[in-house]
Ligand binder design. Structure first.
Ligand code: SAH
Ligand code: SF4
Ligand code: F3S
Length: 436
């Protein structure tokens, strides 16, 4: 038998790219490729890229440059760029970096095997169409191999919201939802392979409409899947948090008490300029309703500082919103100008002001996260164990609030879901003891 060919995939960006990388590896598995974790011995290298901020996009080119010696040593090596930079820049990528053989967008990677064959014949293989057909109908079912206890499952793609700063509606296209029966089948397949927790993914996941009951309807259907213990979803837009979804947070046992609900800014003036279509006040009221349904829910958010025309007062409004909401987790970014988006044309905030604001905002968010995490000490949480920790005899898993929890115990296996008493709060994780 001939040696299997080796595929190295490097993934940037959001969880949806993590999911796509798995599916691309599976698609190439059908072509005799096995995954390798180093580029050095690969027959094919795929960078699954992110275009959300300038830094993320530029990283791709420096990474590609590093593959030159590999390509020189092995002329058959195929180098592909997938994901959102591929979608945004298309043929420009090959023009800028001729080492690249394949460019494939996030909606057309089911065609990767054909593109690889084309590249093998010596031609450049580009596909950044938004195809008529649904890639999910063209991908094989998930392979039978056993898996770890957690998995991502993309249920919705694309975005119709057009926030003024964001490239996603251009790189991922219009909002599309996968039919619920297709999602449920994939979920059952994953559970059969050992998965206990599924995180439903979408750029705008709570706009999901592949089930009559929307995302809440899908969550309730998943709640009935035997063997599935936990359900999460990300990322949500405040305007798509409907009553049924809020209610599910209080009533659906498998739905975890953690919600990532980005607000971006606390200034109504800026929110309007961002085309967010909600106010700071409506967001705060929404959080109150969610907390009324599930008082212990951990709220997570995204923030952009230095959006064009943001003043000190606008920034102060964001700080005030953060103080009101009290976040248990947060991601914050300096505004990055993205080509083709409306905000790119506007008066930019200077870099020093952006830096100062980011520091101040992150200090507050860090403080809140720390306080929320420290408050877990003395509580009993439920931990889904994933893997051994760094120290011998230690296992690590996640609580329902998505905190990493370390436990020293000899009888715990990956996939076990156990009650744990939290005894200490460390810099990035909690320490606990099994409750027996
Ligand atoms: N669909 C999700 C996430 C989109 S991208 C949502 O609507 O929340 C993830 C985060 O990146 C965004 O929430 C935003 O905070 C940040 N982001 C997007 N575009 C950006 C830009 N041009 N500059 C800086 N941060 C950006
Ligand atoms: Fe981007 Fe806004 Fe869509 Fe989120 S909702 S993906 S920030 S355009
Ligand atoms: Fe990046 Fe595309 Fe995700 S731009 S954040 S990889 S949707």
């Amino acid at each position: 038998m001939s040696q299997p060919k080796k595929l190295f995939i490097k993934t940037y960006g959001c969880q949806m790219n993590v999911y796509d990388s798995e599916r691309m590896a599976e698609a190439m598995g059908g072509q005799g490729y096995v995954q390798t974790d180093t580029a050095d011995d690969a027959d094919m290298i795929l960078l699954n890229t992110c275009h959300i901020r300038e830094k993320a996009a530029e990283k791709v080119y420096s990474e590609l440059g590093r593959f030159r010696p590999l390509k020189e040593a092995k002329p058959d090596l195929k180098i592909g760029v997938a994901g959102c930079v591929a979608q945004a820049e298309g043929a420009e990528i090959v023009a800028r970096q001729p080492l690249v053989d394949i460019v494939v967008g996030p909606q057309s990677y089911h065609r990767l095997p054909e593109l690889e064959a084309k590249a093998a014949s010596g031609a450049k293989a580009l596909d950044t169409e938004f195809p008529e057909e649904d890639k999910f109908n063209h991908l094989a079912r998930r392979p039978k191999a056993a898996r770890g206890p957690t998995a991502f499952l993309t249920v919705q793609e694309g975005c119709d919201k057009f926030c003024a700063f964001c490239v996603v509606p251009y790189t991922r296209g219009a909002e599309v939802s996968r039919p619920a029966d297709q999602v449920l089948r994939e979920a059952r397949d994953l559970v059969e392979r050992g998965v206990k927790e599924i995180t439903l993914l979408g750029q705008n996941v709570n706009a999901y409409h592949g089930h009559d009951g929307g995302l809440a309807g899908l969550i309730w259907a998943l709640n009935d899947v035997d063997g599935l213990e936990r359900i999460r979803f990300t990322t949500s837009h405040p305007n798509d948090m409907d009553d049924a979804l809020i209610d599910a947070h209080g009533t659906c046992e498998k739905l975890m008490p953690y919600l990532h609900l980005p607000v971006q800014s606390g200034s109504d003036r800026i929110l309007k300029r961002m085309n967010r279509k909600h106010s700071a006040e409506s967001y705060i009221r929404l959080i109150e309703r969610i907390r009324a349904a599930r008082p212990d829910i951990l709220i997570s958010g995204d923030f952009i500082v230095g959006f064009p025309e943001e003043t000190d007062q606008d920034f102060a409004d964001t700080m005030a919103l953060i103080r009101t909401v009290n976040y248990g987790q947060a991601f914050s970014f300096k505004y990055s100008t993205r080509p083709g988006t409306p905000a790119a044309e506007r008066v930019q905030v200077d870099e020093a002001a952006k830096d100062a604001r980011l520091q101040e905002l992150q200090a507050l968010l860090k403080d809140q996260q720390r306080t929320v995490q420290n408050a877990m000490v003395g509580k009993t949480v439920h931990v889904l164990f994933e893997k051994p920790g760094r120290e011998t005899g230690q296992m690590v898993g996640k609580s329902e609030y998505l905190h990493a929890v370390h436990v020293t115990a000899s009888d715990v296996l990956p996939g076990d879901l156990r009650p744990v008493l939290i005894v200490a709060s460390n810099s990035n994780s909690l320490t606990g003891e099994l409750v027996t």
